[in-house]
Design a protein around this ligand. Sequence first.
Ligand code: AMP
Length: 226
Amino acid sequence: MSEVKEGLFVVFTGAPGCGKGTQARILKERTHICHLSTGEMLRQFAQKDTSLGHELKARLERGEFASDEMIIEMVKSRIAEQDCEHGFILDGFPRTLPQAEVLEDMLSDVGVKLNAVLEIQVPDEIIMERILGRYACMQCGAGYHDKFQKPKVYGVCDVCGGTEFARREDDNRITVQNRLVNYRLLTYPTIPFFEARGLLKTVDGTGTIDAVSRKIEDVLGLAVED
Ligand code: AMP
């Protein structure tokens, strides 16, 4: 095994819509570590006009997971890249027990020891409302919500001034229901797995975006005294 790297290496986990992506983007801004979203990587793959791209697109639209083999290979090669040297947030990985079981070896191959697995907890009723209302700027990816986070000027992105927005194709009621079932069946078992290894930290994800990010910084030991 190579020498253990210095840095912040964390996993963000929790049900779909719990705020993993939003909070990972905020933590990235604050710490400049990499944000590795397997969902984002898969959505890019799914746009390709190849048989794998088509199969993946259909799976994502049904709320089904990609295969463990594919995801593991994808993450393995991504974490070995130069920009991951000083830290990363794994957002959406591991999502199954087999993925969790290989994580330790994958990390040790690149000289990384995980600092924490952070579970963001949000009840299902809130999740549905959050997911069905969310959309993003097509130019810069900034996230918005019909009710909780509207742009300051109607139809104009606060961050880049873009005027085109899109919703994720898997953010519809039926797909979200499947994603919640899959979360419970396939992802939830990873929580006791990490708890048994002393890595699990939980955060209540029901407050405002700012309040939740303060709690996360606190739990990760990054909070600064006022
Ligand atoms: P997310 O953007 O994290 O909500 O992920 C979107 C979708 O991509 C999920 O509903 C899954 O179908 C798929 N996905 C993301 N990460 C993984 C993973 N680690 N393993 C399998 N499928 C995944």
